[in-house]
Design a binder for this molecule. Structure first.
Ligand code: F6P
Length: 553
């Protein structure tokens, strides 16, 4: 593929307000008819739906038949996507148009995984060639570290890698490291420091030898308070052990878009891996921000992960919407949020390796779609992004699934499972997967009063043992948790988030909502630290809290 961008922000913003779109009205009417229908009935009227309401792409299989939809619903949701301009907006994103309107930026994480030889020209620059230039430098560096050729200040190879970053500069790397641990170097230790709570740094470095430790300071802006504080602490920690400024060049590398700040910090820009303002933090785990992932699993596996991302990108761009995994998942999220009033969505990976996947998704989904202002500056008069959360199965079943099965809230779930385990031990994997299928079945079909009675349950207990069912799930299956499958899975959610944002006509790529707290914290720091009593000008609650803290500290 070779594409040239106009770099304008010409793409459609879905000009008709959402609730006035014809497809929205049609969905409202449809919801009035189908909204209360039970999955038991939908299945008994259409027994084959479990084989038809499925989609496949990039090695992932999605069964969405246990959703409160019919084929007509899917058609209407697809019509909503069309009317909202999903196709045009997707083309605009892949072209490099500045669809991040509030920051006037292109959104090109899809370029991070385009194969060598493809080309995408934005503002006269072939971004794919630039991406591969950085990937090649990362690969060469990773080989030097992994082979032991790169030596620390005292001549020892690096055995510990500590990534310092927060938000997108932490959650992707830590999630990917945990997810791909099976493929990682077992003779090296990987640690992730994100929180400005000193405990995070102290515990991560407690038993590490500085002479064998490489710090990766990961920050798109290189100005983030938490990361810069931790990076300074790391610098002092390393210098205290190694004693000499010249050690910094052997023990610190940076990943950033901000070369100026990197060199101000004292890291040679020779040891900096760059990326671009068109990569959002939460969309950056496959950029140089993934350096720790590459060090752990090697350049080959990292590129396999990129291939998985890319295959899902191609699927999203080309598959018909009714068979398009990210589009379907995004539209189902809109269906539950806006028509059923569902406030939250659960993501339950039945894989211990994916234990950080829900945390990663929280930033991806909520920082992207937690917006109430539309692209044209109006207050959205509909629900946007849901609260995402989750835990690996089966652990969640023994904690909060009670509420999902019998509580008063509708919580759509994604259940993610794999055909083969990477750790075959006895029949653990069959036990694990039986729970994926059983949970989806129980949530959909429940257990009726008659069934409970037929079991001889005492009458007073019957209502307690009834499962209403009609709780929707998506089941996502992949053959095995490989780097490729991980890439495809992440891209699936990225594009599902995009689909939702297009329908809601919001900017899924800015994050102004995180700014106010940062500004206020900066103002409060000197008030906490000043030797003399500060003249506090906040509200009475904030003033009292600050005074109490000053007495306690
Ligand atoms: O505060 C939110 C945020 O800006 C995220 O969007 C971002 O991933 C994170 O902070 C870290 O930013 P940086 O990589 O610039 O340090």
């Amino acid at each position: 593929m070779s594409t040239t961008s106009s770099s304008s922000s010409s793409s459609s913003t879905g000009a008709t307000p959402l609730r006035q779109r014809a497809s929205w009205q049609a969905l409202r009417e449809h919801h009035a008819r189908i909204g209360e229908r039970h999955l038991r009935d939908l299945f008994s009227e259409d027994p084959d739906r479990g084989e038809r309401l499925v989609a496949e792409g990039a090695g992932l299989y999605l069964d969405y038949s246990k959703n409160r939809v019919s084929e007509e619903t899917v058609g209407l949701l697809v019509a909503l996507a069309e009317e909202s301009g999903l196709r045009e907006r997707t083309a605009a994103m892949f072209r490099g148009d500045r669809i991040n309107v509030s920051e006037n930026r292109s959104v090109l994480h899809v370029a991070l995984r385009m194969p060598k030889g493809e080309s995408l020209v934005v503002d006269g620059v072939d971004v794919v060639a630039e991406v591969h230039g950085v990937l090649d430098r990362m690969s060469a560096f990773a080989e030097r570290i992994r082979s032991g050729e790169w030596r620390g200040h005292t001549g020892k190879p690096m055995r510990n890698v500590v990534n310092i970053g927060i938000g997108g500069s932490d959650l992707g790397p830590v999630m990917a490291y945990e997810a791909l641990r099976h493929y990682s170097r077992r003779d090296m230790r990987f640690r992730f420091v994100s929180n400005v709570d000193s405990t995070d740094f102290a515990e991560a470095t407690r038993e590490l030898a500085a002479e064998e430790t490489l710090f990766i300071v990961s920050s798109k802006t290189f100005t983030t308070l938490e990361t810069m504080t931790n990076a300074q602490t790391a610098r002092e920690w390393a210098l205290a052990a190694l004693g000499d400024e010249s050690a910094i060049a052997r023990h610190f590398v940076a990943v950033s878009t901000n070369a100026q700040e990197v060199s101000k910090f004292g890291i040679d820009t020779e040891n900096m891996f760059g990326f671009w303002d068109w990569v959002g933090g939460r969309y950056s785990m496959d950029s140089a921000i993934g350096l720790s992932t590459m060090l752990a699993v090697g350049p080959g596996a990292f590129r396999e992960m990129l291939a998985g991302f890319h295959e899902m990108d191609v699927h999203f761009r080309t598959a018909p919407l009714e068979r398009n995994l990210p589009a379907l998942m995004g539209l189902l999220a809109v269906w539950y949020g806006d028509f059923f009033g569902a406030q939250t969505a659960g993501v339950m990976p039945y894989s211990q390796y994916l234990k950080r996947f829900p945390a990663y998704l929280q930033q991806l989904t909520m920082e992207s779609n937690g917006k109430h202002v539309t692209l044209d500056g109006r207050h959205a008069d509909y629900q946007t992004g849901a609260v995402y959360w989750g835990e690996p199965g089966t652990n969640g079943q023994h904690s909060f699934y009670q509420l999902i099965h019998q509580g008063t809230k509708l919580i759509p779930l994604d259940l993610i499972g794999f055909g083969k385990t990477l750790n075959p031990i006895r029949d653990h994997h069959d036990l694990l997967m039986s729970n994926v299928f059983a949970q989806a079945e129980a949530l959909a079909f429940g257990k009726t009063e008659q069934q409970v009675r037929a079991e001889g349950t005492p009458e007073a207990i019957v209502p307690h043992r009834v499962f209403e069912g009609n709780r929707p799930t998506n089941v996502i299956l992949a053959e095995q948790l490989t780097p490729h499958a991980l890439g495809a899975l992440v891209a699936l959610y990225e594009h599902s988030v995009f689909t939702q944002g297009v329908v809601w006509a919001i900017d899924s790529f800015d994050q102004w909502g995180v700014e106010l707290g940062k500004v206020l914290a900066k103002r409060i720091i000197p008030e906490l630290e000043s030797a003399t009593e500060p003249d506090l000008q906040h509200d009475t609650s904030t003033n009292a809290l600050i005074r109490r803290y000053r007495r306690m500290r």
